[in-house]
Each structure stands twice: as C-alpha cells, then as structure tokens.
Ligand binder design. Structure first.
Ligand SMILES: Cc1ncc(CN)c(N)n1
Length: 219
C-alpha cells in the first residue's frame, strides 16, 4: 500500500460503486433543486425506519469494541455517534410533522427491509469488530459525502431542504466519519486476510444497499 489506509484504497478500487452511492440521482436532484418532493417524503419516512434499526446495530458495534479493542478512544467516538442518533430520531419526528409524513402508519419497503436484515446479520457476535466498524464507517460516510455536496456553494438546494443536508453534510459529522475511518483502518491493518476480505465484501454490500435505498426513495 502507498501510505494510504485500507479504507481509502478500497474507495479507489471500488470508485464506480462508491460514486453511485454518493452521487445518486436522488441526491443530485436535491443538489440541482429539481427534487421530486414525493420522493423526498418517501425517503424521510423510510429513513426513519432505517435509523431505528441502525441504533441496535450501533449498540452491537459498541459491545464488540468493549470486547475486542483496547483503545478507549473508540468508545468515545462510538458513544458520540449513538448520542447523535438520539437527536436524529427527534429530528425525524419533527420533520415528519412538517412534511405531513405519518410515521406510525409507515410500511417498510423491500429495499429497506433488505438493508435492515443485512444490518441484523452484522450484529451477530461472530462478526469481527473490524468488519462491523468498516460497515459502520461506510454507512455514515455515504450520507456525509452525499449530503455535503448539496451544501457546496454551486449547489441549488432548495431552502427547505438545507437543514436536512446539514444534518449529515456538516463539518462535525465529517470529522466523526474521519474518526470512524481511522478506527477501521487501525483494525484492518492488523486483520487476517480472511477478515480483510470479509470487510471488503461488507464495504461493497453496504454501497449496494445504499444505492438500492436511494433507488427505492426515488420510486
Ligand atoms: C440508509 C441510510 N444510510 C445511512 C444513514 C446515516 N446514518 C442513514 N440515516 N440512512
């Protein structure tokens, strides 16, 4: 490797797919100001369901970290993530009211069900910490990179969607993703070749699930 961490190497190796996940037409339509609001509302409701499933996944990564990492700083980073998920749930509830999305009567769509099931499989105790943290980083990084583009000076994001884009596109969330990436890189550096290939497969699967989730949102 050329001084780059494993994660950056995989991002380059799987660039086409990474770009499909982070520059999806749904996100680009927000950035261009051409978003279909019924798609946005579908995404909002489905993402609320996803985030509720993401919380136990986060907890499972914390448990793995306790068992398999001596680095106290990992816990600090992961705990900051779980506490921001608490705000995120409240934020979804407020946004749902504003956009007239009825959270209690929502039905998860197939791509969401598939993604939640995949998260569940990663919660199993036999899944290595390195694999789980790679998935965690990828899940957060895709949202960070996607929404950050909608805040660039050349973006034409409608005013009413700026807050949504700031939720994941802000610099603090970017720093959090960098911290997750550092943890993943540190774990992967010491991982066996078997764990390394599982982590790479997991990275690709997360990207595919993210693409499917955006496709589902776009309708
Ligand atoms: C589908 C999806 N992927 C990622 C995130 C960011 N936690 C999210 N809220 N939803």
């Amino acid at each position: 490797m050329d001084g780059k961490g494993t994660v950056a190497t995989w991002k380059d190796k799987h660039r086409r797919m990474y770009d499909q996940a982070t520059r999806h037409p749904f996100i680009m339509s927000i950035r261009d100001g051409a978003v279909d609001y019924s798609a946005f509302k579908r995404w909002l409701g489905q993402d609320y369901i996803f985030v509720r499933q993401f919380i136990p996944f986060t907890a499972s990564v914390i448990i793995k970290s306790c068992k398999h990492s001596d680095e106290e700083s990992d816990m600090q980073v992961l705990l900051s993530g779980i506490s921001s998920l608490n705000d995120e749930i409240s934020w979804f509830k407020t946004q749902a009211q504003n956009w007239d999305v009825h959270l209690h009567s929502l039905v998860p769509l197939q791509a969401n069900l598939n993604y939640c099931k995949y998260l569940e499989s990663l919660m199993e105790p036999e899944v290595d910490y390195s694999v789980a943290i790679t998935a965690f980083w990828a899940i957060e990084a895709v949202y960070q990179e996607s929404f950050a583009q909608c805040l660039e000076s050349s973006a034409k994001t409608p005013n009413e969607l700026i807050e949504t884009c700031q939720r994941w596109g802000n610099a603090g969330f970017g720093d959090y993703c960098v911290s997750l990436q550092r943890i993943a890189d540190r774990c992967l550096k010491n991982a066996s070749s078997d764990v390394l290939s599982k982590a790479e497969e997991t990275f690709i699967s997360v990207l595919q699930h993210e693409v499917n989730f955006w496709n589902m949102s776009s309708g």
